[in-house]
Write a protein that binds this ligand. Structure first.
Ligand SMILES: NC(=O)c1ccc[n+]([C@@H]2O[C@H](COP(=O)([O-])OP(=O)(O)OC[C@H]3O[C@@H](n4cnc5c(N)ncnc54)[C@H](OP(=O)(O)O)[C@@H]3O)[C@@H](O)[C@H]2O)c1
Length: 234
């Protein structure tokens, strides 16, 4: 099981709500170095943080960043976008960019850093979502369902190399990704990240962060109308 103490942690989407919490918590738990991957580099005020320019929708950017982070022992695939348009009517580029950023990008980065993770007996943390199992997020849900399955496939492929793979399933969390004024009922990013790192250090495969997420996952074994009640009225 992975330990943050002495680790070299690579966090994508490091400037975001959960990303910033991942960087800060990794430092608090004793990481030697944190690569903060972001579209816009910024100063972190801690010598252990190395800013890396990273666009998850750009394969060349992913290869470049991975090339600068060959000593990574824990990769946190956290970056994502959430455009709200319908699958049937949004510009198709919005759909493909969502899948490229949220699914293909993390697969590319994981492949690029796989030698590092293998040689460290390290860990992969994929930030999936309750929307991996619930279609209301449209293209975002499609991408997160794909990342759920990619997480499971990576776990099988890495098993013989001693690389731990943790799938993370948050529900609504108080970050810029959530629109609107009403923040009640949302998890705090620092609480989510504390649970994620506790699960990682305990050797878990998955962490479901809240009751909503647990209910949605449980409903997958029910008829489809359990998750989508409007279908029951037909
Ligand atoms: N908030 C929730 O309710 C919730 C629930 C379940 C799962 N999640 C998941 O949690 C993760 C973190 O999201 P968050 O809630 O912290 O949202 P956030 O604050 O919007 O952070 C998302 C980060 O991803 C980065 N990003 C977007 N496109 C990128 C690209 N092409 N290349 C590199 N970075 C890119 C953004 O960069 P910029 O700073 O450059 O925009 C931003 O820093 C996501 O995977 C999200 O799906 C969130």
């Amino acid at each position: 099981m992975a330990s943050l103490n002495g680790a070299t942690v690579f966090v994508t989407g490091a400037n975001g709500g959960l990303g910033t919490a991942f960087v800060e918590a990794a430092l608090e738990r004793g990481a030697d170095r944190v690569y903060a991957g972001a579209r816009t580099e910024k100063k972190w005020g801690d010598a252990r943080v190395v800013s890396l320019q990273l666009d998850m929708a750009d394969p060349a950017s992913i290869d470049r960043a991975a090339g600068q982070a060959g000593d990574t022992t824990i990769l946190v695939n956290n970056a994502a976008i959430f455009p709200r348009g319908d699958l049937l009517s949004a510009p198709i580029d919005d759909i493909t960019t969502t899948i490229e950023t949220n699914l293909t990008g993390p697969i590319r980065l994981t492949r690029a850093l796989a030698p590092a993770l293998r040689s460290a007996n390290g860990a992969l943390v994929n930030v999936n979502s309750v929307l991996s199992w619930f279609a209301v997020g449209k293209a975002h849900s499609v991408s997160k369902a794909g990342l759920w399955m990619a997480t499971n496939a990576f776990r099988l492929e890495f098993a013989s190399d001693g690389v731990q793979v943790l799938g993370v399933y948050p529900g609504p969390t108080d970050t810029p990704m959530q629109p609107g004024e009403d923040r009640s009922g949302m998890s705090k990013p620092s609480d989510v990240v504390a649970s994620v790192f506790d699960a990682l250090e305990a050797g878990e495969y998955e962490v479901l962060l809240d009751e909503m997420t647990k209910k949605v996952q449980a409903a997958l074994s029910q008829p489809i109308s359990a998750l989508y009640p409007t279908l029951a009225s037909r």
